[in-house]
Design a binder for this molecule. Structure first.
Ligand code: ADP
Length: 295
């Protein structure tokens, strides 16, 4: 009998040991994921500050180039007028040839003007976007134009987006929300990048914004295969991923939800009629109040 009791106790102790070890292992994994998440957020914040610094530095030369462009434009108009005037006077063959050359040169500069203008507008957009991204969530919340943020995010993503994935943008007339443009931009960036990763081959990503019950609603849907089966409980959990180690960390949706909740908003996921995934971010309009700063 004593022998049996001793054996049973031993088995019990062993069992307890195994259970405890598994628990410890899980806890360790949990801490690891949390540490990764904090590290990734800190990296994003540091990157945001760096980008904002670069944007700030770029702004001065950009202003100088824009001013010079304006001056050059006015000078070109004057030069065109002067050439027209010259044309009225009698000229020898040499002068006519020079005039024709000057006209040709003016034409080339004129043809390039829209290209330079477009490039300047684009640099300006990038600089503005970089400055927005640099606003961390320790600053006071500011009114955020969600449409501008989405468009700016796309500017930053231009080279990440696959050629055969089309962007279908339907941005409605939405009021500003109160919050932190940098982190909020990170949410849209995560959702668009996830959508793109889900699509194999040619496809479509749709981004829309609209107002519903005085809230700003942003939907990001894609023509991919939809959310993985049985993912509902895990989708927003830290570290949950179906991607390979070098492709995913499982932190994107976890961090995105935290950011949206800091804005007193919600983020929901599902599949649309066509079977692709759809993520819906709902944020209170700025008129509804201000979220707590520096959470
Ligand atoms: P990660 O992208 O690093 O895996 P996320 O938290 O962003 O981390 O996403 C978690 C998981 O959610 C992904 O691994 C994927 O299985 C699923 N998921 C996210 N977005 C989509 C989407 N647009 N379509 C299909 N599955 C998605």
């Amino acid at each position: 009998m004593i022998h049996f009791i001793l054996e049973a106790s031993l088995v019990l102790v062993l069992l307890l040991f195994v259970v405890q070890t598994v628990r410890l292992h899980r806890r360790e994994r949990h801490f690891q994921v949390l540490a990764d998440s904090i590290e990734s957020q800190e990296k994003m914040a540091a990157m945001g500050r760096l980008l904002a610094g670069i944007a700030h530095e770029l702004n001065t030369p950009l202003g100088a180039v824009s001013c010079s462009m304006d001056l050059a434009r006015r000078a070109l108009v004057k030069m065109g007028g002067a050439l027209e005037e010259t044309d009225r006077f009698p000229m020898d063959a040499g002068a006519e040839e020079n005039l024709a050359r000057a006209r040709k040169a003016l034409e080339i500069v004129g043809d390039n003007e829209p290209i330079l203008d477009q490039a300047l507008v684009r640099i300006g957009q990038l600089v503005r976007q970089l400055r927005l991204v640099g606003r961390g969530d320790h600053d006071d919340p500011v009114p955020v134009d969600v449409n501008a943020l989405i468009e700016g995010t796309l500017v930053l993503l231009t080279h990440e987006l696959k050629q055969d994935v089309t962007m279908d943008m339907r941005l409605g007339d939405v009021p500003p929300v109160n919050g932190w443009p940098g982190p909020l931009g990170q949410v849209f960036l995560n959702l668009i990048l996830n959508a793109q990763q889900a699509i194999e081959g040619p496809g479509r990503i749709s981004v829309s914004s609209l107002v519903e019950n005085e809230q700003v609603v942003v939907k990001v849907s894609d023509s991919g295969p939809g959310l993985p089966d049985g993912c509902r409980e895990n989708l927003f959990s830290p570290g949950w991923t179906t991607k390979s180690e070098d492709e995913g960390t499982g932190l994107g949706l976890f961090i995105s939800r935290r950011i949206v909740e800091r804005h007193d908003g919600t983020i929901e996921a599902g599949n649309d009629e066509s079977g692709g995934a759809v993520f819906v971010v709902t944020l209170p309009a700025a008129s509804k109040g201000t979220p707590k700063a520096g959470v």
